[in-house]
Design a protein around this ligand. Structure first.
Ligand SMILES: CC(C)(COP(=O)(O)OP(=O)(O)OC[C@H]1O[C@@H](n2cnc3c(N)ncnc32)[C@H](O)[C@@H]1OP(=O)(O)O)[C@@H](O)C(=O)NCCC(=O)NCCS
Length: 174
């Protein structure tokens, strides 16, 4: 049931998340969505967790990456999704990627989790000094568009993107 999310908690990835996170990563690959951003298949889990921690501190950033906070979204002990909060925008993010990206594992969808995650992610963004938050989604992603609108997103533009047949909806949340 949508709108009924209980007790979503955002927290950094942990060692114990390996199985659930990799399972979600594989499941969301079918949606063309990278659940574990920049995960290198087969790399040790602790290496990946360490890299997300580094990225949140702006340490060892790749040239095309900005500092970003990667948080697991959990209900009790169950990892249901993840959210990434970029601390600033580069050209790509300003045009297409936005400040915040999120995904919910298929078996946990339609319960309001993404809406709760984005709502909490906005507070994290504000704590990082980001007051106007850009959030984008594909024009055919009705679920994500609804999530953004429920969190106060105001449609700014619908853009064509190089290499994609599907326009992109760009929203600002102030
Ligand atoms: C998009 C996504 C994050 C939605 O997660 P979710 O936890 O199911 O979303 P919510 O339960 O908070 O739903 C919020 C609203 O969207 C609606 N909604 C969710 N999925 C929907 C869908 N596939 N089609 C139509 N409406 C949908 C819900 O009914 C709810 O509306 P309501 O409150 O008016 O009833 C999830 O489907 C997902 O992870 N998809 C793959 C990754 C992705 O697209 N991420 C976003 C990239 S921009």
């Amino acid at each position: 049931m949508a709108g009924m999310a209980r007790e979503i908690r955002l927290r950094p990835l942990r060692r114990q998340d390996e199985h659930a996170a990799l399972t979600a990563h594989e499941a969301l690959a079918c949606d063309g969505f990278g659940f574990l951003i920049d995960y290198v298949p087969g790399e040790p889990w602790e290496t990946y967790v360490g890299r997300t921690r580094d990225q949140s501190r702006g340490v060892n950033l790749a040239a095309d990456r900005v500092p970003a906070t990667f948080l697991a979204a959990c209900v009790g002990d169950v990892l249901v999704g993840r959210i990434s909060i970029r601390h600033e925008l580069n050209d790509y993010l300003a045009a297409y990627g936005g400040h915040i990206g999120y995904g919910v594992a298929p078996e946990h969808r339609r319960r309001g989790h993404a809406t709760a995650m984005l709502g909490q992610g906005l507070i994290v963004a504000r704590s990082l000094g980001v007051d106007s938050v850009l959030v984008t989604c594909d024009d055919d992603n009705a679920g994500s568009a609804r999530v953004i609108e429920k969190c106060g997103g105001v449609l700014d533009s619908v853009l064509d993107r190089p290499g994609s047949a599907i326009p992109l909806r760009r929203y600002w949340i102030h």
